[in-house]
Design a protein around this ligand. Structure first.
Ligand code: FES
Length: 161
């Protein structure tokens, strides 16, 4: 990865935007990447603007990779005010915003963000949205370590002192 891109990712990581669950979300999308074990969930809240349904706010949670977090941070800012159709029409490289073109080995990081966004916009997790209001709502950690993901194992690293 070139130094300029690494610097932009580090800048985005220093102050990532829109991290965290959104309890009153209208839509949720979750995507896992079997290749690297990454998982990303996105929450979306809509609002009415000028007679159109537009994205008011989007938040995300992610396990791992800095590039996916940087792209998710930028993408959740870029899709604000867009209709679901406009957001769906955005290409992977557009979601990466100011990071610019990603090297081939990092494109799947942006595709993870795109996948979670598409899943949310296309209403693939409606049941999760209605469950989100209840105490039994599975967290991203629950989902990541559930039996449906038998290959996934989360190991918390000890902090070096
Ligand atoms: Fe897999 Fe970034 S390395 S999402």
């Amino acid at each position: 990865m070139n130094e300029d891109l690494q610097q932009k990712i580090s800048d985005a990581m220093r102050d990532p935007k829109n991290i965290g669950e959104m309890p009153n979300a209208d839509a949720i999308g979750t995507v896992g990447n079997a290749e690297c074990g990454e998982m990303l969930r996105m929450w979306i809240k809509y609002k009415e603007q000028g007679g159109k349904k537009v994205i008011d706010r989007a938040t995300f949670q992610s396990f791992g990779c800095e590039t996916a977090i940087a792209v998710a941070s930028l993408a959740t800012e870029l899709i604000r005010g867009k209709t679901p159709e406009e957001a769906l029409a955005m290409k992977t490289e557009e979601l990466s915003g100011e990071l610019g073109p990603l090297p081939p080995m990092k494109i799947h990081c942006a595709e993870l963000v795109e996948g979670a966004l598409r899943a949310a916009l296309q209403g693939k997790e409606q049941s999760a949205v209605s469950r989100a209001a209840g105490p039994q709502s599975p967290s991203l950690l629950d989902k990541f370590s559930s039996p449906q993901n038998p290959g996934a194992k989360i190991i918390f690293l000890k902090e070096n002192k």
